[in-house]
Write a protein that binds this ligand. Structure first.
Ligand SMILES: [Zn+2]
Length: 287
């Protein structure tokens, strides 16, 4: 989609580089940042789990008696077994602190990227920013703390959901009477299947980039902006609709990113002439 109403077109090629038009400089670095930090966070995540072989051996010793009691197709029995396994798993997972530390680093780096891109976006349209970015540091501190707290909350919710899934799969496996080796493979596959964790990290990075940009806009008293999509054929209908809102006051725009893997940003704009007191469209036409 091309933004005809702004007089310039924004496009983003498949390799993430903007093509012409106004730049959102974070687009040149966000994917590299995501790749770099995804490696670190997933490594810490895998380390927080006990060795799958040892866990499987322990489970095999512990669960036969429970499996006998629960050896039925009764859904309630399976649910009870999954809950018992979940509690047992909780006691064996190491602290998630290292995972959280790595995620916090990613969020901090993403905020720095969003901040720089937002400052660039503001000056590139000829708006001035207040002198001295030390003042921005102070202004940003509270919002940066909110970003890291939000990421911690998301990680915590996600770990609980992942544990529940692992417990349910283990309950089904125990009821079927699988071998220790098969159980170990099952646990290893579940722990190391980090596709969902990758999505979480990428989403938190995009959220932090946009949150930092919003902080900069507020600090620089930017009042207007528009929803900018990545402008390719993968943009969803909801984000396209947001882009179609055009240049509006920033508080009239929905929260960005709009969904997991959303690549959109809010770009700043000068106030439209029609919004400047004393300037009427008729005056512009007459000029
Ligand atoms: Zn989007």
């Amino acid at each position: 989609m091309v933004r005809r109403d702004l007089g310039v077109s924004f496009t983003r090629s498949s390799d993430g580089q903007p093509r012409g038009g106004r730049e959102w400089t974070a687009w040149q670095h966000d994917r590299a940042l995501a790749v770099q930090h995804t490696g670190a966070v997933t490594a810490r995540w895998v380390e927080q789990w006990p060795d799958p072989e040892a866990l499987a051996a322990e489970a095999a010793r512990l669960w036969p008696s429970i499996a006998e009691k629960a050896a039925s197709d009764d859904r309630a029995e399976r649910t009870a077994l999954a809950a018992a396994i979940l509690a047992w798993l909780w006691g064996r997972v190491r602290s998630a602190d290292a995972t959280l530390d790595a995620l916090t680093k990613a969020v901090r780096a993403a905020r720095a990227l969003g901040r720089d891109a937002a400052l660039h976006a503001i000056t590139s349209i000829g708006l001035t920013i207040p002198a001295g970015t030390q003042a921005l540091d102070a202004f940003e501190a509270a919002d940066a703390a909110t970003s890291t707290a939000n990421a911690a909350g998301t990680l915590n919710t996600s770990i609980r959901a992942r544990l529940a899934r692992i417990a349910a799969v283990l309950a089904a496996a125990i009821l079927k009477g699988v071998t220790v080796t098969a159980l170990a493979a099952l646990i290893a596959a579940l722990v190391r299947d980090v596709a969902w964790l990758t999505l979480l990290i990428v989403t938190e990075i995009w959220k932090a980039i946009n949150a930092a940009a919003a902080t900069v806009y507020a600090w620089a008293a930017v009042g207007w902006g528009h929803w900018q999509t990545a402008d390719d054929d993968r943009v969803c209908a909801v984000c396209s609709g947001n882009e179609d809102l055009g240049v509006v006051t920033l508080d009239a725009l929905p929260d960005c990113p709009g969904h997991p893997r959303c690549r959109c940003v809010i770009l700043p704009d000068r106030a439209p002439a029609s919004a400047i007191p004393g300037v009427q469209l008729a005056d512009l036409a007459a000029a």
